[in-house]
Design a protein around this ligand. Structure first.
Ligand SMILES: [Zn+2]
Length: 315
C-alpha cells in the first residue's frame, strides 16, 4: 500500500518550509555557519521531538530555524524539500514561509525570499514540480508587525500568490489580522489561514468571514459546529489537514480518533498534508500511510483525497 500511495499524484497545500528542516541538514548548516547547538548530535535532537502541544513544538522550531542565515541556506532547505516531493510524486506544492522568524533575528527579507524562490524555480525546471509560494504572518506577533512584513514583501509581490496566518493559535484570533488581510486582498493576493487546529470553531468563522480565506489550514475542529460543517460542505471550502501533526501535537490523542475520513465521507473537501514533516515523523506519503494503517483508509478514499488536493490548488 505504501508504494501505491507514494505513486499517487498529489499536491501539498500545507507545508512550512522551516518545518522541513531535517536534523541532518540543521547540523550541516550549523557547522557551515559556525553556530553552536544545544544538542550534541542528530539523535539527541530527534529525541527532543516529543511535544505535548503546539507551543512546545514552536519553541523548538524557532530554535532550529536559527541555523538558517544565508540565501544558500534557504535554497538548500527548499531544495531538500523538493527532492522529497519528487520522491513522493507531489507534482505541485504551495509552501508557507515565515519571514518574521528570520527578519526578527536580523536576516534581511530578500535573503530569505531569494533563496527559497530560486529553489522553487529550479524545482519547476529540473524536477517538474509547480508551485505557489505563501507568505505567512506569525499570529503571536502584532498586526502592526505583520504590516511591516507586508511592506517589506511588496517589492517582491510577484514571488508569491497568497498570505497566510500561522504560529500559536490560542488567544490570537483571526480578527486580530483583519486589516492586514484586507490590504493583501487589495493587492490581489489570495488569503488562507490556520484555524480550528487548537482553536474553537469561532476562529474558523472569523477566518472565513473577516479574512475571506480560500482555504482553511487544519480546520479539524469544524466538526464541533454543525452549521459550520454545512457551510464548508455547501461552499466546498477546502481543508488542509495534517494527520501526523495533529497526533504529534495532541490535537487527537491517537490516529484512530482522527476525523479526516469522517469529514471526507460527509462531503468536506479535505486534503492530506505534512505541515512540519521534519518534526512530525513524515512527509505526505507517510501521512496517507498512517490513515491507511490506523483508520483503514481504502484506495478509493486515498484517490479522492489526492484529487481534492489537486482541485484545491490556488494556482
Ligand atoms: Zn501549519
Amino acid at each position: 500500500m505504501y508504494d501505491w500511495l507514494n505513486a499517487l499524484p498529489k499536491a501539498e497545500l500545507h507545508l512550512h518550509l522551516e518545518g522541513s528542516l531535517e536534523p541532518e541538514l540543521l547540523f550541516a548548516l550549523a557547522e557551515r555557519n559556525k553556530i553552536a547547538l544545544p544538542w550534541n548530535d542528530v539523535e539527541a535532537l530527534r529525541s527532543a521531538y516529543a511535544f505535548n502541544n503546539l507551543q512546545e513544538f514552536l519553541d523548538l522550531y524557532y530554535a532550529g530555524a536559527d541555523v538558517l542565515r544565508t540565501e544558500q541556506d534557504f535554497y538548500d532547505l527548499t531544495w531538500a524539500y523538493l527532492l522529497k516531493c519528487k520522491a513522493q510524486n507531489v507534482i505541485h506544492t504551495e509552501p508557507f514561509f515565515d519571514p518574521q522568524t528570520h527578519t526578527d533575528r536580523g536576516i534581511p527579507f530578500e535573503v530569505v525570499l531569494r533563496g527559497i524562490k530560486q529553489a522553487l524555480v529550479d524545482g519547476e525546471k529540473q524536477l517538474g514540480i509547480s508551485h505557489g509560494l505563501i507568505l505567512s504572518f506569525l499570529r503571536h506577533l502584532s498586526e502592526e508587525e505583520a504590516f511591516k512584513t507586508f511592506e517589506q514583501a511588496m517589492p517582491f509581490r510577484d514571488a508569491f500568490i497568497a498570505v497566510g496566518l500561522d504560529s500559536s493559535e490560542m488567544g490570537h484570533p483571526p480578527r486580530k489580522f483583519q486589516r492586514v488581510f484586507d490590504k493583501a486582498r487589495s493587492e490581489d493576493l489570495l488569503t488562507v489561514a490556520h484555524a480550528g487546529e487548537e482553536g474553537p470553531p469561532e476562529y474558523i468563522w472569523e477566518a472565513l468571514d473577516l479574512l475571506k480565506i480560500e482555504r482553511i489550514d487544519h480546520g479539524v475542529r469544524a466538526i464541533e459546529d454543525e452549521r459550520l460543517m454545512q457551510r464548508i460542505i455547501d461552499e466546498q471550502i477546502p481543508l488542509t489537514v495534517c494527520p501526523l501533526s495533529n497526533t504529534k501535537l495532541c490535537v487527537f490523542d491517537d490516529m484512530r480518533q482522527h476525523n479526516i475520513l469522517q469529514m471526507l465521507e460527509r462531503g468536506v473537501k479535505v486534503t492530506v498534508n505534512s505541515d512540519d514533516p521534519a518534526y512530525f515523523g513524515g512527509y505526505v506519503t507517510e501521512n496517507f500511510a498512517a490513515l491507511h494503517h490506523s483508520l483503514g483508509m481504502t484506495q478509493e478514499q486515498a484517490k479522492r483525497l489526492a484529487q481534492n488536493s489537486l482541485d484545491a490548488r490556488l494556482v
